[in-house]
Design a protein around this ligand. Sequence first.
Ligand SMILES: Cc1cc2nc3c(=O)[nH]c(=O)nc-3n(C[C@H](O)[C@H](O)[C@H](O)COP(=O)(O)OP(=O)(O)OC[C@H]3O[C@@H](n4cnc5c(N)ncnc54)[C@H](O)[C@@H]3O)c2cc1C
Ligand code: SF4
Length: 332
Amino acid sequence: MHTFEFIRANNSDAAIATAAKAKTAQQGADVRFVAGGTTLLDLMKLEVETPTQLIDINRLPLDKIEVGPDGELSIGATVRNSTLAHDPIVQRDYSVLSQAILAGASAQLRNMATTAGNLVQRTRCMYFRDTALPCNKRTPGTGCPAITGANRMLAILGTSEHCIATNPSDMCVAMAALEATIHIQGPSGSRAVPFSDFHLLPGNTPDRETVLEPGDLITHVTLPPPVAGSKQFYLKLRDRASYEFALVSAAVVINVEAGIVTRVRLALGGVGTKPWRSLEAEAVLANQPATRENFRIAAEAAMSDAKPQSENGFKVELAKRCMTYALQQAIS
Ligand SMILES: Cc1cc2nc3c(=O)[nH]c(=O)nc-3n(C[C@H](O)[C@H](O)[C@H](O)COP(=O)(O)OP(=O)(O)OC[C@H]3O[C@@H](n4cnc5c(N)ncnc54)[C@H](O)[C@@H]3O)c2cc1C
Ligand code: SF4
């Protein structure tokens, strides 16, 4: 059992200065922020993560949900997933986000889990979570046993020969469809990162999962002003009805006028190495009749680059059906 120092942060600048001493902000970082702890402490118990310093950010003033003067919704980094899912503005204007969060984990976990922690949660690939086994993501250069092993739950989009792990988040799928922006405060200032640029594809560095650098603190996430008249739906397909990660999920934000799709955003979970926005499906549907046939054609387009692994070929058809049904449900 390794030991670590626990630091309660009372101000962001000091927390960032301490975290900036870490060699990396990614897997294996020796200084880590901790929020709800539902990912990090789990991995510390397994000795997958072994930080020497934990900076508790729960006292920082990052727990507000506010509408800005421009109509954007700002969600603080330490807003609990349950608070966010039950917020009246979120339920009214961004219902796909509320649905996605409530489809994840359990009530107890959602009461602890935070917005930023959910963004940075780690894969559930079983090899990653077992230090007796090789894993390129945990220990770069050791290999990826999942490619020839147990890969039923793993990804079919965005994979590389070095890693095929799925991003497990439900919340992130909705945020991809809502075109969120992630706000980061680091040692050299603040920056805003579009959601689609925040998570990285594994390529030949699967240990590097996000654009975060040492000292980078996620302060809040913003959602664009609500899209008038949009219909929203989140569909999660999994092995059991609750307390289970997605095999496939789809988040839909769609506007239909006189039977024609005037705007659509579609993102997928359970199939990508990062939360997966399907620009291909969106392009197929733009200005087309909102019919089941066109939804299926869009779903085919979304899966055109899919690379099934030895045990998860079923995800290709499951994803197509998931998307088609989610689009139908959104407009019904
Ligand atoms: C049994 C179980 C089932 C689950 N099921 C689901 C599910 O079905 N769907 C789903 O989506 N999720 C599921 N989860 C995952 C859960 O949603 C995440 O564990 C949770 O969202 C992480 O949030 P946290 O605040 O606890 O993060 P923490 O564990 O505190 O932190 C996670 C990571 O984020 C970093 N971090 C935290 N805050 C910041 C910040 N402000 N800036 C920069 N880095 C930060 C930490 O350093 C750490 O690396 C499940 C988890 C468990 C344990
Ligand atoms: S898929 Fe990624 S996380 Fe899983 S064993 Fe391979 S390298 Fe590790």
